[in-house]
Design a protein around this ligand. Sequence first.
Ligand code: PHE
Length: 341
Amino acid sequence: MTPQEFLERASSLAAEALAALSGASTPEVLEEARVKYLGSKGLLSALSRQMGGLDREARPEAGKALNDARAALQEALAAARGRVAGSGEGAEELDVTLPGRRVPVGHTHLINRTAREICAIFERMGLTITLGPEVETDYYNFEALNFPHDHPSRDMQQTLFLEDGLLLRTHTSCVQIRTMEKTRPPVWIIVPGKTYRRDDDLTHSPMFNQVEGLVVDKGITMADLKGVLSEFARQFFSPSTGIRLRPSFFPFTEPSAEVDIACVSCGGRGCRICKGTGWLEVLGCGMVDPALYAYVGYDPEEVSGFAFGIGVDRMAMLKYRLDSIGRFYSGDTRSMRQFPG
Ligand code: PHE
């Protein structure tokens, strides 16, 4: 090999090695390139062993060329290590002028937030949060709530039945029985929870949420019921929100009523939201039917009570002005992200 050929060989080897080191995208590929070019049995070492075959005068220049190449490659190796590891030397390449990455911050789902707001209002009135199972028996969902067998009132509930006589509770009223069965009066409870019905459209989802209230004590009257619900509407919507009770029917309350609130959109003048009536139906309620007391061993001569069931989804739609219940359950976080807090 002539000195000229040696220098050419050294420079092409250095260029090749540099390309391999800077092109390596994983630590494994980089290590392979290091061993191949810079290792003790690598190509650079092999070339340096051939220096002995050169003329004595040509050796210093050849040696310097090899040393320079090795130094440049060591530097390139260090930079490449930092790059593939995403740190170290390569961190010098971090561009601190780039805008930071925003970390998404989660928040309570609007339905849970609404349920908590509702419960908090009643807790301040002295009711205690109580829970019950979502998979129920006919007994708690219907029978002990005074739904006669084969009675059309059961159809109202559009029940989703499971195997072995079980069903998905169609309302949280089951917890009325479960609680009274276990405790002696007075009972002052508020029950948030998921409920299920065979129903699916703009304002109904097969799974929805209710908050049930039950107060059984000495001398409870319908005036107490109306007072509690009026106060609730004022606290939940606004101090000027009025309510009205309309006669209705539920097997487990007598008398029964639907409660309307003055339309949150037009204040009662009539608009699209309230379909021109000025009122919005938001919950069912009534005085506990004494027939229930027979199932739980309470004395109807001694105690009386009221119960109500609030549709949480509807309350949330009204308060936060959403037009479709699907917004809560679609998994598309864009609707919910508008309501942080
Ligand atoms: N459980 C009834 C429903 O889901 C609501 C209700 C609860 C009515 C308590 C009266 C008393 O429609």
